[in-house]
Design a protein around this ligand. Structure first.
Ligand code: GLN
Length: 192
């Protein structure tokens, strides 16, 4: 399976390491021609403002949005979730805007900017969640599936083939989320 990993900025190598371990071939995505023939794509954590600007500059924004909307399986973590969100709280900016949720950036404030917690993810079970200056999901459209909450805040969602996580599965030794994502890519479920 050929999995694209958006490689403009942020923690993309860590995703590649896990996906390769699980037998996938990774394509680093930096320009529109890299999007050809992908079975899925990962949008890594990092800095969403910078990534959003680079998506524009590289010409990736429109073709990537089209692929995600057409049902290309997408695993978006942290800044990646912000890229997918239809609305960013207190901001008029949106990037891909394909996931009908409102996210709050840096939602845990300064005191609790980074932390680890073991919580349950629907369909996966107990999972060590690593949060780094993370967003959470404040609102979802009705047909967005909530997969996990921490302290009453939504930290994992699924909508069609888009998975959005506040935390960083690529920094954990638990491979279950990437395994599950690859199974979605293999099935390439149809949107709706
Ligand atoms: N705080 C970052 C942002 O708003 C996200 C942090 C992360 O990806 N670890 O873009």
């Amino acid at each position: 399976m050929n999995i694209g990993v958006l490689a403009l900025q942020g923690a993309f190598i860590e995703h590649e390491r896990i996906l390769t371990k699980l037998g996938a071939v990774c394509t680093e995505v930096r320009q529109p021609s890299d999007l050809h023939g992908l079975d899925g794509i990962v949008l890594p954590g990092g800095e969403s403002t910078v990534q959003g600007q680079l998506l524009q500059k590289s010409g990736l924004l429109a073709p990537l949005r089209e692929l995600v909307t057409d049902g290309l399986p997408t695993l978006a973590t942290c800044a990646g979730l912000i890229l997918l969100a239809q609305k960013i709280r207190d901001s008029s900016v949106t990037h891909l805007g394909t996931l009908p949720v409102t996210v709050k950036r840096n939602a845990y404030g300064r005191q609790l900017s980074s932390f680890v917690t073991l919580e349950s993810v629907r369909g996966i079970g107990s999972y060590p969640m690593i949060f780094i200056r993370a967003p959470y999901v404040e609102r979802t459209a009705r047909n967005v599936e909530v997969l996990a909450e921490v302290n009453g805040n939504i930290v994992a969602v699924k909508y069609g083939n888009q998975i959005g996580l506040s935390f960083h599965p690529e920094l954990s030794e638990n491979l279950k989320i990437h395994e599950w994502f690859l199974s979605l890519c293999a099935k390439r479920e149809k949107y709706f």
